[in-house]
Design a protein. Sequence first.
Length: 140
Amino acid sequence: MAATRTFSIIKPDATRRNLTGAVTKMLEEAGLRVVASKRIRMSRQQAEGFYAVHKERPFFEDLVAFMISGPVVVQVLEGEDAVARNRKVMGATNPANADEGTIRKAYAESIEANSVHGSDSEENAATEIAFFFKPDEIVG
Ligand code: CMP
């Protein structure tokens, strides 16, 4: 199967605890290659736009506040079946349900402060990558 791409965010709870390297190591060990990466402080407008699909959810305001509460690392990951591979190594959204050996089991603090985001489909991966990266910032 050809390599595909997905989009990842190392969230503020993880950057605050200096876990950028530890999280990235788990991504790499799962067979994903970081082909773009930048540490940014998301603006409120960016966070609201990125999570627009959740606008009507009761946790939306808290989610946006959390995502702008500290730096994040946005990444493009490449590998065989990258979306599914990344979701497997991330583990369940709620760390209480995450399997052993996953990033969220190892590091997530709560369903909100769950250390990482990963795209849930190839289509959303393309949209999310384009939200944060220009084509020439991605070097495979
Ligand atoms: P993420 O993959 O970044 O996409 C949406 C985020 O909303 C999700 O991870 C969670 O961190 C966050 N979130 C907060 N509360 C909830 C909830 N009750 N159900 C689902 N997601 C939640």
